[in-house]
Design a protein around this ligand. Structure first.
Ligand code: GDP
Length: 328
């Protein structure tokens, strides 16, 4: 018991001191399925809570190949030159299924990963989205406690991961390419509505004119969305991650956005809402875990599933029976 407490305290002190090894170990604890690890992670995070929350949390999304890692690499180096400390957390939902991660390439962000003021961590794989959300949120807190004041949460633009990242960040940047078909743009509408800024990347070489045209088109499209309150209206940028152009303008906008959001209390309100959302998510997650691990449910579920598949029973009836069995 005493040893365990000592170890926990050691973690807490080392993370506060900015020890990256201790930080990595603590993040691994949050990803562990062992109950003892989970408990320890919880104790560490609770103790560190007063040292969290002081960062700017920036979500970045875009389809594979749009230039996320190139941009974050350059952007991160730029921010570090501005005396910031940058943590990058990458979420790749596809890696849960295939284990072959789109974000897993070791050569990604090579300049940034060489800097001691940067911390880069891909998210755990093999977990469901709810689990990934939980781990990423805890990782954000741990990174903040370790002194990182810009937290970039990156996700591949597929599936529900954008909403998840939107719900844990203060500012959401959508990276796009010029010349994407109408169909793709239609698909992006929901994500565009979540974005605080759009950046048309690869605005260089023969692509420059098309990127500038896309900037105008998207800015026009954003005007059709209802005006926002208490925060700056979303803005469209062009940039070239490869040539390191346009990134400073984006950073200036992020700072203006955060400043305005703090002034109107939008910033704290959004964080509070995110906390509440997290609480409800955790309750749902725990309840559903308890449900599916319940002995009676495990026993009854396969046959009821079959009955629903065969059309012998409605899904509603099966759910009611199972919930009744769970609650008695
Ligand atoms: P990710 O999958 O979104 O992380 O995209 P990457 O950063 O890996 O970039 C995909 C490809 O696009 C790479 O070959 C990059 O060199 C290239 N790329 C990234 N940004 C730019 C850019 O601004 N201009 C041009 N021309 N190419 C870029």
């Amino acid at each position: 018991m005493k040893r365990k407490q000592l170890a926990t305290q050691h973690f807490i002190d080392q993370i506060r001191a900015g020890n990256r090894f201790a930080l990595s170990q603590a993040i691994t604890l949050t990803e562990s399925r062992l109950e003892a690890d989970q408990r320890k992670a919880k104790e560490i995070i609770e103790a560190l809570l007063p040292s969290t929350g002081h960062s700017i949390r920036v979500g970045i999304t875009g389809v594979p190949g749009v230039g996320k890692s190139t941009l974050i690499d350059q952007f991160g180096v730029y921010l570090i030159r501005q005396q910031q400390r940058v943590a990058v957390l990458s979420i790749d939902p596809s890696s849960q299924k295939s284990k072959g991660s789109i974000l897993g390439d070791k050569t990604r962000m090579s300049q940034l990963s060489a800097l001691p003021q940067a911390y880069i961590r891909p998210t755990a794989t093999g977990s469901h989205l709810g689990g990934v959300a939980q781990q990423t949120r805890e990782t954000i807190l741990l990174c903040e406690a370790a002194g990182y004041n810009i937290i970039i949460v990156e996700t591949v633009g597929v599936g529900q991961s954008e909403t998840m990242v939107r719900n844990m960040t203060d500012f959401f940047l959508l990276l796009m390419l010029a010349g994407a078909g109408d169909e793709l743009q239609g698909m992006k509408r929901g994500i565009m509505e979540m974005a605080d800024a759009l950046a048309i990347n690869k605005a260089d070489g023969s692509n420059l004119t098309a990127a500038q045209q896309a900037q105008q088109d998207y800015q026009q499209a954003l005007h059709l969305f209802p005006p926002v309150q208490n925060k700056l209206n979303p803005k469209v940028f062009t940039c070239s991650a490869l040539e390191n152009r346009g990134l400073e303008e984006i950073w200036v906008f992020i700072q203006q956005f955060i400043q305005q959001a703090k002034k109107t209390h939008y910033f704290s309100k959004q964080r509070q809402e995110q906390q509440l959302g997290w609480l409800h998510e955790l309750i749902n997650l725990q309840l559903s875990q308890n449900f599916f691990q319940h002995a009676t449910i495990k026993h009854q579920l396969p046959s009821l599933e079959q009955a629903v598949i065969q059309g012998e029973m409605t899904a509603r009836e099966a759910a009611e029976r199972l919930l009744k069995a769970f609650n008695t």
